[in-house]
Write a protein that binds this ligand. Structure first.
Ligand code: TEU
Ligand code: CA
Length: 570
């Protein structure tokens, strides 16, 4: 089963190349920069490197708008640079997974320009989703869109093309037209491209919004929720009617019986546990694991991600616990706190004050990595990097944030209130440059960085942490080492303790085969916390702790603020 697969003992490190390391002083990270930092990544002990897109792109959505699937954008380097990176990754015993973005292309991809400029009768028209204005309305006027869906990046999901007189669908920006997956020619072209990368030696794919590729026929309107301008189309594109058929076909066409050990992870906004059981059941041959989004939606209100609400720990435990149980006997979890789309976890779910930033970062890592599943570490998370201070809208770069700000202020929302939401949840928090050392621009570039470096890099940086055995970096390294050496982490079942406690996150992992039991205790608060422990842990061995474990556990034990401990008994 999945617990015996190679990736069940693996840890994946995500590199967002634009912000990782700049080797040619243009202020933008590149492949040569990644090559120069591979020893750092290898020292962490990770097994797989997931590279966010480096393909040719207009960079409307920082490379998630691809204009050529089989080349490297000159900003990042050349295919030769890529081959050198791939060889260097393999030399260090790691694997390289590419980002596959095939729900949509860039509007500058030749497929789209041919589809658009060929007009309604053109040969490539059916490679994308074109529709006439809704009946009776004058094309190009507001409200004439073929349906009422709203885009993830504000505005409608349709843009009118004057020349051909029709609208095209884009769930994301207007420069990211959705491919038409109903068209078998589109699917075969995608599979051929994937095989091309596998033949080049890559070890798998992270599949961008792959559960959105199948839409409900007829593209029906969505419900217009209170206060929204657009309809909610998500029931008509999240896990649509043919999604399992398409992923099974992709598996047959690309991955079946492949001689190398590959990894496939589907990014699936809105996926449920029940659906994930189907996607990740090995017998169904669809994907190995999925990124789900429940836990990163618990601290938002009905107004969406920028409608910031406090997180309740019981909600987090209930959600992660349900995913542990739901995929306990079949399928497999991915485990993540953050990536290039999420704010920094120490600022979101921990305490990024000077007193507790390091300790709470280690606590969050401990809790996540002791769950059942494959952990993903996002660049800088292993340093406890925090959200950055964005003074004004000029400091932001992300199209999602810039569009949200423009739309909301045009609707009369208070600019400071909109900015407050962007500061807390904006994706740019994760995209400030990797902090290598305390020098100017944190050693990321000798040029002018495309986005400002977080001023806290003077103290929060890799150089300082490599030299400090008690650093967040070395805590991650110990957790990753534990995953490679302790079978209970991959095979043990999961049992939540004290589910209703609002400060304590506690659970056990029990591996019947080895008889090993692990106990994880974490105080998600800034105050002492006294808890009653299950029987028999008083003299257990401390496996890992985020405070030098000064005392043994007692039946009624007091945890320090943000203290996390893992105990083992055989
Ligand atoms: O993200 C899809 C996605 O779900 C996010 O856009 C999320 O909905 C949004 O950030 C609100 O939280 C993938 C990529 O990871 C993201 O960077 C791209 O912008 C998006 O798809 C389009 O390719
Ligand atoms: Ca560069």
């Amino acid at each position: 089963g999945p617990a015996d697969a190679w990736w069940s003992r693996a840890v994946v490190y995500q590199v967002y190349p634009r912000s990782f390391a700049d080797s040619n002083a243009d202020g933008i990270g590149d492949l040569q920069g990644v090559i120069e930092r591979l020893d750092y990544i290898a020292q962490l002990g990770v097994d797989v490197l997931w590279l966010s897109p480096v393909y040719p792109s207009p960079h409307d959505d920082n490379g998630y708008d691809i204009s050529d699937y089989q080349d490297i954008d000159p900003l990042f380097g050349t295919l030769d640079d890529f081959d050198r990176l791939l060889a260097a990754v393999h030399e260090r015993g790691m694997k390289l997974v590419m980002d596959l973005v095939v729900n949509h292309t860039s509007d500058e991809h030749p497929w789209f320009t041919a589809s658009r400029d060929g007009g309604p009768a053109g040969p490539r028209r059916d490679w994308y989703v074109w529709r006439p204005a809704c009946d009776g309305m004058r094309p190009g006027t507001p409200g004439a869109e073929p349906n009422n869906w709203g885009s993830f990046f504000s505005g409608p999901t349709w843009t009118y093309d004057e020349t051909s007189g029709e609208y095209y669908l884009h769930l994301f920006s207007r420069k990211q037209p959705d491919l038409n997956w109903e068209n078998p020619d589109v699917r075969q072209a995608v599979y051929a491209m994937m095989r091309w990368w596998l033949e080049r030696g890559v070890d798998g794919f992270r599949m961008d919004v792959i559960n959105l590729i199948s839409k409900t026929p007829g593209l029906p309107d969505g419900a217009v929720h209170e206060g929204d301008r657009y309809g909610d189309g998500s029931p008509h594109y999240i896990c649509g009617p043919r999604i399992h058929e398409f992923l099974a076909e992709m598996h047959r066409e690309v991955f079946a019986d492949h001689p190398r050990r590959l990894l496939t992870v589907g990014e699936m906004p809105g996926v449920t546990v029940e659906e994930a059981r189907l996607f990740t059941d090995p017998a169904r041959r669809e994907v190995d694991m999925v990124f789900q989004f429940e836990h990163v939606g618990l601290d938002q209100g009905p107004g969406g991600k920028f409608d910031v609400r406090p997180l309740k720990l019981t909600d987090l435990k209930a959600s992660l616990g349900r995913w542990q149980t739901g995929l306990g006997d079949t399928g497999w979890n991915s485990l993540y706190w953050t990536n290039h789309d999420q704010p920094r976890v120490v600022s979101r779910f921990g305490d990024d004050s000077p007193a507790f930033r390091e300790r709470s970062a280690k606590l969050l890592a401990t809790v996540l990595h002791l769950h059942r599943g494959t952990p993903y570490v996002y660049q800088g998370e292993e340093l406890g990097m925090a959200n950055a201070p964005f003074a004004s809208i000029e400091d932001f770069r992300d199209i999602e944030s810039l569009n949200h700000h423009a739309e909301q202020t045009a609707l009369g929302a208070d600019a400071e209130r909109v900015l407050a939401g962007l500061r807390r949840r904006g994706r740019d928090n994760a995209r400030t440059p990797m902090q290598w050392d305390a020098t100017d621009h944190a050693g990321f570039t000798t040029g002018t960085p495309w986005i400002a470096v977080n001023p806290d890099h003077r103290t929060v940086n890799a150089e300082a942490q490599l030299a400090d055995p008690d650093s967040v970096f070395h805590h991650y390294r110990r957790l990753i080492d534990l995953r490679h050496t302790e079978p209970a982490l991959t095979h043990g079942d999961f049992q939540m303790l004290h589910p209703d406690h609002e400060q304590l996150y506690a659970f056990t992992r029990h591996d019947a085969a080895s008889g090993t039991e692990l106990l994880v205790l974490a105080n998600f608060s800034g105050a002492d916390l006294t808890v009653d422990l299950p029987e028999g842990w008083e003299h257990s061995e401390t496996l890992i702790a985020n405070i030098p474990a000064t005392t043994a556990l007692t039946a009624r034990h007091t945890l320090h603020p943000w203290e996390a401990r893992v105990h083992r008994c055989r």
